[in-house]
Design a protein around this ligand. Structure first.
Ligand code: XMP
Length: 326
């Protein structure tokens, strides 16, 4: 019979066969559920021959890097390399305000950093290793969409960093190829991953970099992280996490508005709350959060986050608005 338990067992067996007794695998962790569950399955199959790589680009939300460094490792026993690349990313983003340019820069820096980490993994491998395995959290709907049948694809690493053998190939390992998202979550729970990872809302690869309207700086990221953490805390406290698809909080860093706080006038930044409901992110509706929840979020953000003196709610559906502001 079909159970979540034997789905995981079957994949573990299959991966052991695919990677063989000497193969080495690398898995990039994003903080999301797919890569975490994929890594946890491969870890069970090949143990320390899997290296997980987490590129900390400094654009994550409050507590997320610690969730990976501490809770993911504690619950899976996986070997993890954390690359602290915050300065590199922020330097590359300095002065940039255009959304697509931000995305390009973040994508480019990410590939550079990840490839540099690949070198170390391969160095560690036995002499003459020609094939590395790259773990990806591809889900069944992605497989169907791309028309992919069974079989494995090989990809050449574009190593523009040097140091890797010229003819090194990476073969894909895709433990989630037969699963839908809700099944991935069940497997994740079964493997004992932390609920914050298993139930995390979708979060864009460029992170908070595309939720700061204007230039991305360390100070602005810190402000947004505080405001975002408050919104998430209150949503969770109200028991609404699973009713909402995503809840971006956006900092309008290039806008100021006048306010009055304590004894005087302020001239601070607005934040936008963007809670949405959706089935697949292609279309979305603005979420009708209860007024008392919105009220608590607004009061806490304006009290606790210096420089933010106004909280607004985005009531645009998609289309015409997108979920993210950039
Ligand atoms: P939009 O804003 O287009 O977003 O309605 C649809 C979904 O995609 C996510 N998103 C991204 N994810 N890289 C990603 O990995 C990106 O550049 C990116 N932009 C948007 C967004 O969070 C939503 O879930």
């Amino acid at each position: 019979t079909w159970t979540i338990g034997n789905i995981a067992e079957e994949q573990i067996e299959r991966i052991r066969e695919q990677v063989g007794p000497d193969g080495r695998a690398i898995c990039g962790l994003s903080g999301g559920v797919d890569s975490a569950v994929a890594a946890a399955i491969v870890q069970k199959a090949i143990g320390d021959r899997l290296t997980c790589v987490y590129v900390d680009h400094g654009l994550m939300r409050k507590g997320e890097t610690e969730q990976i460094e501490r809770d993911f490792v504690a619950s899976t026993g996986a070997k993890l390399v954390v690359v602290d690349a915050e300065k590199q990313f922020l330097d590359a983003l300095a002065g940039v305000t255009d959304p697509e340019t931000k995305r390009k820069i973040i994508g480019r820096e990410f590939i550079r950093t990840f490839e540099a980490a690949e070198i170390d993994v391969i160095k560690d491998a036995p002499e003459g290793t020609k094939v590395g395995f790259l773990v990806q959290g591809t889900l069944y709907p992605d497989v169907v969409e791309s028309g992919g049948g069974a079989g494995t694809s090989n990809i050449k690493s574009h190593h523009n960093v040097g140091g890797l053998p010229e003819d090194l190939e990476f073969e894909l390992v895709e433990p989630l190829r037969t699963l839908f998202k809700d099944e991935v979550r069940l497997v994740g729970e079964q493997l004992g991953l932390p609920p914050e990872i298993v139930w995390r809302h979708p979060f864009p690869g460029p992170g908070l970099g595309i939720r700061i309207i204007g230039e991305v700086t360390r100070e602005r990221l810190d402000l947004l992280r505080e405001a975002d953490a408050i919104a998430r805390e209150e949503l969770t406290a109200a028991g609404l996490d699973r009713d909402i698809w995503q809840f971006p909080v956006v900092l309008l860093a290039d806008v100021r508005s006048v306010g009055v706080q304590g004894d005087g006038r302020t001239y601070g930044h607005p934040v936008v709350l963007r809670p949405v409901t959706s089935e697949d992110a292609m279309t979305a509706d603005w979420a009708r959060l209860p007024y008392d929840v919105l009220e608590r979020i607004s009061t806490r953000i304006t009290n606790e986050v210096a420089e933010v003196n106004r909280v607004t709610v985005d009531i645009t559906s998609k289309p015409p608005g997108t979920i993210e502001w950039e």
